[in-house]
Design a binder for this molecule. Sequence first.
Ligand SMILES: Nc1ncnc2c1ncn2[C@@H]1O[C@H](COP(=O)(O)OP(=O)(O)OP(=O)(O)O)[C@@H](O)[C@H]1O
Length: 242
Amino acid sequence: MVNISPAVAVEGLVVTRGGRPVLPDLSFAVPPGQVVGLMGPSGSGKSTLMRSIVGVQRIASGRVEVFGLEAGSPQLRRRVGYVTQGPSVYADLSVRANVAYFAAMVGVGEEAVDQAIAGVDLTPYRDRRVETLSGGQRSRVSLAAALVGGPDLLVLDEPTVGLDPVLRRDLWALFHGLAESGTSLLVSSHVMDEATRCDRLLLLRGGRLVADTTPAELLARTGTNDPETAFLTLIESSQVAQ
Ligand SMILES: Nc1ncnc2c1ncn2[C@@H]1O[C@H](COP(=O)(O)OP(=O)(O)OP(=O)(O)O)[C@@H](O)[C@H]1O
């Protein structure tokens, strides 16, 4: 068997926030070149885990490695793109100026800026100030800013929240296109029907991993054809097991 190193390796991760263990003990690996969904209800710890992976979360113990380097290492700065849930771009600047700003931070030029804007389908809006765009368009500006450096790992916190079905479908197609060209993606969502759009799934509840699986395995294991029911079935069986 070929030994493929994981994009992300987490072992015994413990994170405490507000004096409470938010992630009590997590271990898993994210394979490279795939779209991995981090699913779980609100408050299950998805954002905290993503923050740990991009290296902006203080961890109590354990190990988080990205491409074999400690999360947050300076060598990873250009290799990891992160889009938070809140707005991460400047409302009073144009789409182009925003993406160009992030391009300057990672040391890439004009061509990369145009490519990133085209990649999220915003070329017709490139000279518009972000504050004049719709919510969905704004979130795509954040995505273009994260994409501009050509990261090897993209960490996206609920990127499709509040988007209409057509845009959601287009964004998932974009994610898969990126994965096909070798990018690893970790995408969070609390909408379980998005689970079927992922190559792999990490299901989180109360800061614990309920499953590390594929959509097909999840449905087969729970004998359902709907991811939401499958998730509820898993939660119930894990409660019985406790
Ligand atoms: N700054 C903070 N101080 C203390 N507790 C926090 C802080 N941020 C988050 N928490 C707690 O950590 C837990 C996990 O929160 P987190 O934001 O990681 O969940 P989430 O799954 O991303 O939720 P959502 O889908 O609503 O964004 C929650 O119980 C939350 O209340």
